[in-house]
Write a protein that binds this ligand. Structure first.
Ligand code: ADP
Ligand code: MG
Length: 240
């Protein structure tokens, strides 16, 4: 579902991604871990064409991102993204936040989009907040709405960039539970996270990124219990 070959990204003189290669299959849950500043967010943003590529190739859902002729908006409609900061529109209710893109982009009727939003809100446990404004919700609730909003586009792949890093500790669990439920439904996901227990439990595969390359990848068992690369070992000794 995702193929990345020799991905390079430079910001001016800063060479952030220095040859990323990976493939992610349908239904796979891949967690990305690594030190701050190592290029994890840049990698995710490249997967969604939010950054231009400096080199290499990416295919997502059969869309070739490196190809100028590709309709990037069509590609993005098949990829859901959830960021660290729940960027809901503050002047819109929960319902309006969720139905906006399906009505605009997918041309759903308001009635159909609303029915779908209700189903998604039930799934993330927030149907009772359908008419609330984001400002009246906790960070964990806002993030669950952000997930429902991304799902409303019926993406084939979901990308999460540290979805719980901005949350108070007591709110982390409810958001991870929603992501875990999606994993069990077979959603293809790439999750950048600092939650090592979550990665260990939910990931099919873990990628350790440092200095702009995948230094090591493997099953959670391999990465967390028998890391081979000294950089992985050093990183895990700090965070575990
Ligand atoms: P991570 O998510 O692993 O913490 P990032 O991908 O956010 O790392 O950043 C990797 C490096 O790229 C950092 O050194 C950061 O300063 C740099 N960087 C990220 N975005 C930009 C940008 N828009 N312009 C310049 N430098 C950037
Ligand atoms: Mg980041």
């Amino acid at each position: 579902m995702i193929r990345v070959h020799n991905l390079q990204k430079q910001f001016g003189p800063t060479h952030v991604l220095r040859g990323i290669d990976c493939q992610i299959a349908a239904n796979e849950v891949v967690c990305v871990i690594g030190p701050s500043g190592s290029g994890k967010s840049t990698f995710l943003r490249c997967l969604n064409a939010l950054e231009s590529l400096s080199g290499g190739e990416i295919e997502v859902n059969s869309f070739a991102i490196h190809d100028r002729k590709t309709d990037l908006n069509k590609m993005r409609a098949s990829v859901g993204m959830v960021f660290q900061r729940f960027n809901l529109f503050p002047h819109m209710t929960v319902l309006e936040n969720i139905i906006m893109a399906p009505m605009d982009v997918k041309r759903l009727s308001r009635a159909d989009a609303t029915r779908q939003a209700e189903t998604l809100l039930r799934k993330v446990g927030l149907l009772d907040k359908i008419d609330a404004y984001p400002g009246s919700l906790s960070g964990g609730q806002q993030q669950r709405v952000a997930i429902a909003r991304a799902l409303a586009m019926e993406p084939k792949v979901m990308l999460f960039d540290e979805p719980t890093s901005a949350l108070d500790p007591e709110l982390v669990g409810e958001v991870l539970a929603v992501i875990k439920a999606l994993a069990h439904e077979g959603m293809t996901m790439v999750v950048v996270t600092h939650e090592m227990a979550f990665a260990r439990e939910v990931a099919d595969r873990v990628l350790f990124i440092d200095q702009g390359v995948i230094q090591e990848e493997g099953t959670p068992q391999q990465i967390f219990s028998q890391p081979a690369n000294p950089r992985t070992q050093a990183f895990l000794s700090k965070v575990l």
